[in-house]
Design a protein around this ligand. Sequence first.
Ligand SMILES: [Zn+2]
Length: 106
Amino acid sequence: MAAARALAVGLVLTGFGNLALAALYAHAHVWPLALWLATGAWICPVAAGYLHRAAARRRADAVDAEQRARRLAIEDALVMDDCCETWWTSAGGQHEPTCPNHARSN
Ligand SMILES: [Zn+2]
């Protein structure tokens, strides 16, 4: 999120730079360059907003996925309360072949 924020700030500053140069070229009556830079001045903040919203969406999705995984892990721990020793020592990843939950997880 910090990298996306830094990129967004950089894009906004670039947009201001483009705007200043567009004004300079417009003052010198170099219209093609002034229009080109004015377009860049408009695109930069729009891209910064898009980048910021996309980063916020990705962060929200990651938080949701993490919370869902925690809920599932807690539910698994409750369901497999009386599981085998291997399950407890492998952080819920493996079962002993004689465990009743062995077939369920494989
Ligand atoms: Zn087990």
